[in-house]
Design a protein around this ligand. Structure first.
Ligand code: NAD
Ligand code: UDP
Length: 340
């Protein structure tokens, strides 16, 4: 029988791409999402692309009444927990909201796992937990949690501690923590991608808004870093590669003996802000207007992953380039602009 996966936040940017990959691999998928940062149309797009319509519950993951209903009715083999709030700037202004949503969603799920004998959970963590660590590339066994700069990042770190302690204290409970680096790109169909409602913090959504003329120009935050072109370096991973990492992690967790494993999901390669701008210009035949501005507070000069552990233990191998991501993201935004 096909395994059933509960995907929280499954209509969001990474969740929706992961749902497609799960469906392509014959998993039964149940999505719970409260649409706080996504649109119901994504469900139709998933159906159009995959030919399958997953079960969908519009609800907050903290709503235990709904969770009880789902877990009572369906046998859930594993949970992939994407649901949460992710805007770094907003988390500084509304820390209690961020702690509430990002921690209590997980707590509610752990309660259900115990109650209904679900043994596996995969969690969306972030490279942000490496904090002020400057030894590169980041490896999973490094110390984390020191020098995290904002409540969003703290909630990721606290979730990691919580999930590790849960797995340690319970018999036969398994946790995989996936530390994402910088997801960019979109689905090749142009139907799924990322289009934040507010002025974006992140580089690629900002670039896209400039590319379609919704914003004037990009400001490059500093060109005086100790990097080859002076701009910051990050490990940008195509969302399709990242999504596939979840399918591999799921296959691992369903037969896993260990209680908790951690994997970086990046490409292992860094690109500078200017390299992204140039790649975007080249593949899309445009010229993004940009100015060099001051450094953004809290930015590290460089962040990139070691993906050796994911390679070895999950068979993870990213296949897309930053050029693919720039092309796909622009294709998505051109189709999407003005539709919301
Ligand atoms: P997203 O905002 O596009 O997706 C999150 C989804 O969860 C949205 O559809 C939203 O409506 C839903 N949601 C939020 N709170 C909910 C709640 N209480 N109950 C039910 N649904 C809820 O974000 P994303 O980029 O797809 O990120 C997914 C996960 O990965 C998040 O946990 C995020 O923190 C983490 N992550 C993202 C990045 C990134 O750069 N995108 C990097 C590292 C980690
Ligand atoms: N960045 C930039 N201009 C922007 C947004 C981001 O120059 O408008 C830079 C930022 O300084 C960082 C890189 O792009 O070096 C990636 O930023 P993002 O916020 O996307 O990811 P993070 O820094 O959280 O890894």
């Amino acid at each position: 029988m096909n395994k059933t996966v509960l995907v929280t936040g499954g209509l969001g940017f990474i969740g929706s791409h992961t749902v497609l990959d799960l469906l392509a691999n014959d998993y039964e998928v149940i999505i719970i999402d409260n649409l706080v940062n996504s649109h119901i149309e994504v469900l139709d797009h998933i159906a159009t692309i995959s030919g399958k319509k997953p079960l969908f519950f519009e609800a907050d993951v903290r709503n235990e009444e709904v969770l009880n209903k789902i877990f009572k009715e369906y046998h859930i083999d594993a949970i992939i927990h994407f649901a949460g709030l992710k805007a770094v700037g907003e988390s500084v202004k509304k820390p209690t909201l961020y702690y509430d949503v990002n921690i209590n969603t997980t707590l509610a799920l752990l309660k259900m796992m115990k109650k209904y004998n679900c043994h596996n959970i995969i969690f969306s963590s972030s490279a942000t937990v490496y904090g002020e660590s400057r030894e590169l590339p980041f490896t999973e066994n490094m110390n984390v949690g020191v020098g995290i700069k904002n409540p969003y990042g703290e909630t990721k770190y606290i979730n990691e501690l919580l999930l590790k302690d849960f797995a340690t204290s319970e018999d036969d409970m398994h946790v995989i923590l996936l530390r994402y680096f910088n997801p960019i790109g979109a689905h090749k169909s142009g139907l799924l991608g990322e289009d934040p409602k507010d002025i974006p913090n992140n580089l690629m959504p900002y670039v896209l808004k400039v590319a379609v003329g919704e914003l004037d120009h990009l400001t490059v935050f500093g060109d005086d870093y100790d990097t080859p072109d002076g701009t910051c370096i990050r490990d940008y991973i195509h969302v399709l590669d990242l999504a596939h990492g979840h399918v591999l992690a799921l296959s691992k967790i369903l037969g896993m003996k260990d209680k908790c494993e951690i994997y970086n999901l990046g490409t292992g390669k860094g690109s500078s802000v200017l390299e992204i701008v140039h790649a975007f210009n080249n593949v899309n035949h445009i010229k993004l207007p940009y100015v060099i501005g001051p450094r953004r507070e809290g930015d590290a000069a460089m962040s990139f992953a070691s993906i050796e552990k994911a390679r070895k233990e999950l068979g993870f191998e990213p296949i897309y380039t930053i050029e693919d991501a720039c092309l796909d993201a622009f294709n998505f935004i051109k189709k999407h602009v003005g539709k919301e």
